[in-house]
Design a protein around this ligand. Sequence first.
Ligand code: CA2
Length: 163
Amino acid sequence: MAPRVAPAILVLHGPNLNLLGTREPAVYGRISLAEVNRSVHRHAESRGARAVCRQSNHEGELVDWIQAAGREGFRGIVFNPGALSHYSIALRDAVASVRVPVVEVHLSNIHAREEFRHHSVVAAAAVGQISGFGPASYLLGVDALLSASPSLDGRRAAARRRP
Ligand code: CA2
């Protein structure tokens, strides 16, 4: 029998998340992005999966990574688009254009913050959104992808049919 290959999950962090732990601790906590990534790696391994974490301050680079995720063999994407969540139609279109399921995550509860953060244009193209659990949002995102993968396609198709 062929050896079982651990499913790989791509974790994408958007603009400014490289600053995590250095400013705004009241909103985003004191944990650095490197620490978040370490706990994501550990968590994925504990679930028999493998995580690859990337951060970019550039919308186009995030689009490129989303488009390439299927070719690169990723089973799903845990995606924190940062402030781009609220206005990037390019990211929404990229998420909608790939077969790989995308779970949108946020450290803070975007619905409990300023009005302009309440709406994510990416969310309707994602299979779901996890918001407000700090770094645990990423771990919950990994769990969502690993536990729900077979049914995600159907939910995604339903989401796409919505106007
Ligand atoms: O809560 C989240 O995860 C956000 O995606 C974070 C974005 C924000 O624009 C979204 O509305 C919600 C901001 C990321 C910037 O992160 C910083 C972290 C520390 C210091 C400064 C910025």
